[in-house]
Design a protein around this ligand. Structure first.
Ligand code: SF4
Length: 490
């Protein structure tokens, strides 16, 4: 029985799978198939675009599983995600195909009809897919673990898929610790589809990291959760109480088993948790600074600094709470590490087009950033986006009228931040002469090679000269672009 997994990549608020990242989904699916004694082929959408023979060979397979979905699309250097248009005609109608991933959240009825050649699964898809694959392989369904621990067995069995990734071993494994969000109120957010927080057993997470490490992976991001601070915490409180002791033990055990990890980073942090549980969070920030690797970023959602917008959209954190979280992370994380970057810095997200927004909202957002600057605090990245409106969210009924009305204000705000704040922050974080190590060369344009560290939110570095893809080198910062730096190899 021949089964292929085609990774069309994903980008969700709390999961990234565009190269150099590999999301957990292809690993879980590969593990499910291995559990059913099937040896699947894994490939990426980029690989089949470049290699017609490979694509053609898939026409003879018994089943192709396609993973896709860019819920929060960005700009990508490492790969080009599969578009809906591309998926429609990717394979012949006669080939048996399944479509899984966050793409299904945003499909309209018309788009579903265009994709009628696929069997489209719900999201999250793991339970449904395993039932389907069990029947497909002629196996009786066995009893499975409940909740997110369901994926643990497959995560281990699926680790070997990384060797089929075109960029292996230069990939970052996105690791899931839990699904869901304790807040679940923000008017625009799709994370509520995962419901109440459902955590994976930390020993299973460590075992998965170890399995990937044993395959040769050295770069990891604990990025697949809505709030890393609360992982393993006490969820009996409205805002979960972090458990610093468990967090220290968790990290010690990762390093005991995988001593040669090169990158260990996180992604999302809810600033509400930090401001509500200051002492516990302080300990966890220390733990992250000590046990994770430099260049780490806590991406935090402020979304808006306007109290009216916060109230009307039931956002989690208020500006003073976010400022508090920024200060606390800076206190322990601002020191420069061995790879040239501060150990651990906050990142901020803004969303435009929410209910209650006025032109003053943009002024308040800008004033907030100015106050961060005036306090001498560091921000590693500022993400400014327009709200994407999904069925099932409160924003769906409200619509995009403010997005349209404030288009100009949004553009002006974004431009001001890029020009005045981002650039100054970049100069503070990476002063001229700073040596950045382990830069992986990715793309050559003219006489410049673009390289990045294999890290969370890596800074784009334009290195003078032409260097082959996948060469690793060190370089010193000599100049600044808007959100990138120019450097010379050293
Ligand atoms: S805090 Fe709000 S935006 Fe963040 S994951 Fe939860 S519901 Fe979504």
């Amino acid at each position: 029985m021949r089964v292929a997994i085609v990774d069309g990549y994903v980008d969700e608020p709390s999961c990234l799978g565009v190269p150099p990242y590999i999301s957990p989904y292809p690993r879980y699916i590969y593990g499910m198939l291995r559990a059913l004694k099937i040896n699947p082929l894994y490939t990426t959408i980029d690989a089949i675009r470049e290699n017609y023979k490979l694509k053609r060979s898939l026409y003879d397979f018994d089943l192709v599983i396609v993973i896709a979905g860019m819920v929060v699309p960005g700009k990508y250097l490492g790969g080009k995600p599969a578009s809906l248009k591309e998926l429609i005609n990717l394979f012949p109608a006669t080939l048996r195909k399944i479509l899984v991933g966050p793409i299904v959240i945003e499909l309209s009825d018309r788009e579903r009809r265009l994709l009628e050649n696929y069997e489209i699964f719900g999201f999250p898809f793991e339970h449904q897919l395993f039932r389907y694959l069990s029947r497909f392989a002629g196996h009786a369904e066995s009893a499975q673990a409940r909740g997110r621990d369901f994926v643990n067995r497959f995560a281990i069995l699926g680790a070997e898929v990384v060797k089929q990734h075109p960029d292996f071993p230069n990939i970052i494994c996105e690791i899931e610790t839990y699904k869901g969000c304790y807040w679940r109120k923000c008017s625009f957010c799709i994370e509520r589809i995962h419901g109440e927080p459902n955590q994976r057993d930390p020993m299973a997470v460590i075992a998965e990291i170890e399995a990937l490490y044993n395959q040769g992976c050295r770069y990891f991001r604990l990025g697949n959760q809505t709030d890393f601070m609360s992982y393993m915490g006490d969820f009996s409180h409205e805002v979960p109480r972090p458990n610093a002791e468990k967090m220290w033990n968790f990290h010690r055990e990762i390093w005991r088993r995988c001593p040669k990890i090169r990158t260990l980073h996180i992604d999302n942090v809810n600033p509400k948790t930090i401001s509500e549980w200051r002492e516990e969070s302080r300990e966890i920030i220390k733990c992250i600074t000590v046990y994770q690797t430099p260049g780490n970023v806590a991406a935090m959602g402020l979304e808006s600094a306007d109290e009216r917008v916060i109230e009307e959209n039931s956002l989690a954190a208020h500006p003073d709470e976010v400022l508090d979280a920024i200060e606390l992370i800076n206190r322990y994380g601002k020191f420069v590490g061995y790879n040239g970057l501060p150990y651990f810095l906050p990142g901020l997200n803004f969303v435009a087009g929410l209910k209650g927004e006025t032109r003053e909202t943009f002024e308040k957002n800008y004033e907030f950033l100015e106050s961060v600057m005036e306090r001498g605090l560091l921000l590693r990245r500022i993400n400014i986006r327009q709200v994407k409106i999904y069925p099932g969210t409160q924003m769906y009924g409200f619509g995009d009228r403010l997005l349209k009305k404030h288009k100009k204000h949004f553009k002006v705000f974004k431009e001001k931040v890029r020009k005045n704040i981002d650039n100054t922050m970049l100069r503070r974080v990476l002063p001229k002469g700073r040596k950045l190590t382990d830069l992986r060369c990715e793309v050559v344009e003219g006489n410049i090679t673009f390289a990045r560290q294999l890290a969370t939110y890596p800074i784009l570095v334009g290195i003078q000269g032409k260097y082959p893809r996948n060469e690793f080198l060190d370089a010193r910062v000599v100049d600044y672009g808007r959100r990138s730096v120019t450097a010379i190899k050293c």
